[in-house]
Design a protein around this ligand. Structure first.
Ligand code: SPV
Ligand code: MG
Length: 441
């Protein structure tokens, strides 16, 4: 069980398991044998994250709840979706599981249980009927509709980093773009893939306000957008804070971001008038002195109040063609100064220099999360970047770029035809937009 939201359907299954254990004890005439146990295989956060969203409560919290149920004797972790490891370790007389897994994505898992029990010839599978009228899926949907607390959202990113790799993060610059990022999902080989959180991009936050990406949009204005995003979503957000500004100002930004429920801030090691990194050396850009940047990281870490807020240091050495050695020297210094993660940026079409950096960094540091932004090197898949050692993959500007193209085409079409009939097919229908947001009708 995941046992995140315990309901009568779970209790029914546990009662049946208890009945089987009691029956074994009753039939047992050898008093030297131990009593039969009901053992609950509790899915770890990692196991759950491999097929659906993280549970509300972490493993320890869920364990604290279920181990106090009198129907259960013992709780053990189930580290994978597959039951095979635990079955081999326990050789159970019975495996009890709700019959809902006879169809849908869990059918393979079920078959594996049947095959394993047969191979080991140790026990049988009991499948109580799924209790109608109550389901975790519905309870989850209801709970999500209520929303998420500031603290729970803030700590989600740290929990996700522990539980899965890669995290796919999508740029959002408005509540509607965040709703798209929140709700889009695809199914690959029976597994649901969704975005794990949002990127508040300085480029798209500036561009959507008609301003250049030079730290010209105030934090308060960007926090307004984030508040609107948070009002209608439940996923974590990573904030692009450009250079972070002066050290003395950065510490206040950290507090403001935390208060809002932002999970992480990324600051880049540039100084002076910041220009967008993808412009590289075509414009004048100055990299910050290592010690100065370390001091800013340390001051930010000291300023934060929550334990889960993260400060991620972004290295611009490859963007500014300073080479791998400079990038690595900086990475280790920033981690030493307290950075919770490293973002390595590149504007090459090939991912080679980023992969080379990750390999060299991982040779010395296997833990610190690595963030990559494959805007230029867009042929490499998130999964491949994760295999190379990256933890977070940010798609940093795509929703705004997509919307601009769509909006411009429609604006031009209306003028060209002097009416809107021809561009109707490029627009969402009025009926669809009216029913898009609950409460409109
Ligand atoms: C942003 O999205 O604003 C970024 C990433 O900082 S990049 O535009 O590639 O520099
Ligand atoms: Mg930026």
């Amino acid at each position: 069980m995941a046992a995140d939201l315990i309901h009568p359907g779970h209790i029914n299954i546990l009662k049946i398991a208890r009945d089987y254990a009691n029956a074994l004890d009753k039939a047992n005439t050898d008093s030297s044998l131990p009593k039969a146990e009901v053992v609950l295989g509790l899915l770890t956060d990692k196991a759950i994250a491999s097929y659906k969203r993280l549970p509300y409560m972490n493993y320890e919290q869920r364990k604290a709840v279920v181990e106090n149920l009198s129907l259960i004797d013992r709780v053990i972790p189930q580290e994978t979706l597959s039951y095979e490891g635990n079955i081999r370790a326990l050789l159970p007389r019975y495996v009890v599981h709700g019959d809902d897994w006879k169809s849908g994505t869990q059918t393979k898992t079920r078959q594996n249980v049947i095959d394993t029990l047969q191979e080991l010839a140790c026990g049988e599978l009991i499948e109580p009927q799924y209790t109608p009228g109550i389901s975790s899926t519905q309870l989850n949907a209801d709970a999500r509709a209520i929303g998420i607390s500031t603290n729970a959202r803030l700590s989600l990113l740290a929990r996700l980093l522990e539980a899965k790799k890669p995290l796919r993060i999508l740029e959002t610059h408005s509540a509607i773009s965040a709703l798209i990022a929140q709700n889009t999902s695809v199914t690959h080989n029976g597994q649901t893939v969704e975005f794990d959180g949002f990127w508040s991009s300085s480029l798209t936050d500036s561009t959507s306000r008609g301003k250049p990406d030079i730290e010209a949009v105030e934090l308060s204005s960007r926090l307004n957008t984030i508040n609107e995003i948070f009002e209608v979503t439940s996923k974590p957000l990573i904030y692009d804070a450009d250079t972070g500004g002066k050290l003395e100002h950065f510490v206040f930004s950290v507090r403001s971001l935390e208060r809002t429920g932002v999970s992480a801030v990324i600051i880049e090691d540039k100084t002076g008038l910041k220009k967008n990194s993808l412009l590289g050396n075509e414009v004048e850009q100055t990299q910050e002195d290592i010690q100065e940047f370390c001091d800013k990281i340390t001051a930010g870490k000291r300023a934060q109040i929550t334990k889960d807020f993260m400060i991620i240091a972004r290295i611009e050495s490859l963007i500014l063609e300073k080479g791998q050695a400079d990038a690595l020297k900086r990475a280790f210094a920033y981690v030493e100064a307290g950075a919770d993660g490293i973002m390595i940026h590149s504007r090459q079409k090939s991912p080679d220099e980023v992969l080379e950096f990750i390999k060299a960094f991982r040779a010395k540091d296997s833990k610190t999360p690595i963030v990559v932004v494959p805007t230029s090197f867009n042929a490499i898949r998130a999964e491949e970047l994760a295999e190379a050692g990256a933890n977070i993959v940010i798609y940093a500007n795509h929703l705004l770029r997509a919307s601009f193209v769509a909006m411009q085409k429609v604006a031009q079409g209306i003028l060209e035809y002097d009416r809107s009939k021809e561009i109707e097919s490029s627009c969402m229908s009025v009926k669809d937009i009216l029913s898009l947001i609950p409460g409109t009708i």
